[in-house]
Design a protein around this ligand. Structure first.
Ligand code: 0X9
Ligand code: ZN
Length: 305
């Protein structure tokens, strides 16, 4: 049976998703983002307990090797459907959730079967033998500017030949454009480093107009996590300021092109001891931190209007 004491392969996650959809038909629905390069279906689940709720969109495992992200996404889905805790019920009952547990399906499968450290998509390049692009550099927002991505197909941050050259990124752009009125918060799950990153990724010379609010919400997220018994510390701030310049990311595209005010990247545990190979015993603690952080993030976002 499915749980959160080990990491699962794509097939097992898909089967679990089917079970969840069958078990909670009145509040869940499957959505299809599109097809990957290798022809896999990129699937998501919506959870809605009533009409008229504001929406929150979660994209997870855009980077293949970041296995804690899909483990956290499935745990979070399970909590929204089964928890009786007041704070979790509030999130489940009063928000509509759109969650893609595994976005980079081809890369994720490859990271299980062939190369644990795979990051990118799996689309071959026309003139170079290196495979794949960084899907989180392939979106049409400051694409390939300011050395926040690479034009070298062999680089881990290869931006792709054009914005949307990767079928996965193109499909997500089309899907999000179609449903853009149904969500106001966008969150992208990554690992590792323990950061809550906000726009912009493309420059540290400029900040969004609502950056004060973004930082206030970020502080609420980080404080809530640090208050748990684990005492885990998250840093927060703009991607370019706190981490590094990154262009063409999904969060910046949603923020800039879909005019959303709230978009974050969560970089989960740890700080580098295990890195992408976060031991399974840390899945549940990481998830508890996610929930505490999300409860605070959503509450502070609401408070600030
Ligand atoms: O470089 C990335 O794509 C992310 N870090 S990772 O180590 N998981 O690869 C950070 C991207 C965050 N930036 C924005 N979304 N703006
Ligand atoms: Zn990542």
């Amino acid at each position: 049976t499915f749980g959160w004491t080990k990491y699962y392969e794509l097939e097992e996650i898909e089967a679990w998703l089917d079970e969840v959809l069958a078990k909670y038909p009145s509040v869940t629905e499957e959505f299809i983002v599109g097809q990957s390069y290798e022809g896999r279906t990129i699937r998501g689940i919506t959870i809605s307990h009533k009409t008229g709720n504001p929406g929150i969109f979660i994209e997870s495992n855009i980077h293949a090797r970041e296995w804690i992200t899909s483990a956290s996404a499935t745990w979070f889905i399970n909590q929204l459907l089964t928890s009786e805790e007041t704070e979790v019920r509030n999130l489940a009952d009063n928000y509509d959730w759109h969650i893609i547990p595994v976005f980079n399906v081809d890369g994720f499968e490859y990271s299980h079967k062939k190369n644990r450290m795979w990051r990118k998509t799996r689309q071959p390049h026309a003139t170079n033998e290196c495979i794949g692009a960084d899907a989180n550099r392939n979106f049409d927002s400051h694409w390939l500017e300011n050395s926040g991505a690479s034009s070298n197909p062999c680089s881990e941050t290869f931006a792709g030949d054009t914005p949307g050259s990767e079928p996965e990124a193109k499909a997500l752009v089309e899907y999000l454009t179609k449903i853009k009125d149904n969500f106001k918060i966008y969150i992208s799950f990554h690992s590792y480093g323990q950061y809550l990153l906000s726009p912009y990724g493309h420059t540290k010379e400029e900040f969004p107009e609502n950056y004060d609010d973004i930082l206030t919400i970020g502080k609420a997220f980080a404080d809530a996590i640090e208050a748990l018994p684990y005492g885990t510390v998250y840093q927060y701030g703009s991607t370019a300021d706190v981490l590094y310049v990154a262009t063409g990311t999904s969060v910046d595209w949603v923020f800039n092109e879909l005019d959303k005010e709230i978009g974050y990247t969560i970089e989960y545990r740890d700080k580098g001891r295990y890195g992408f190979l976060l031991p399974p015993v840390q899945i549940i603690p990481n998830c508890e931190e996610l929930m505490a952080g999300m409860v605070a993030l959503v509450a502070k976002t609401k408070e600030l209007g």
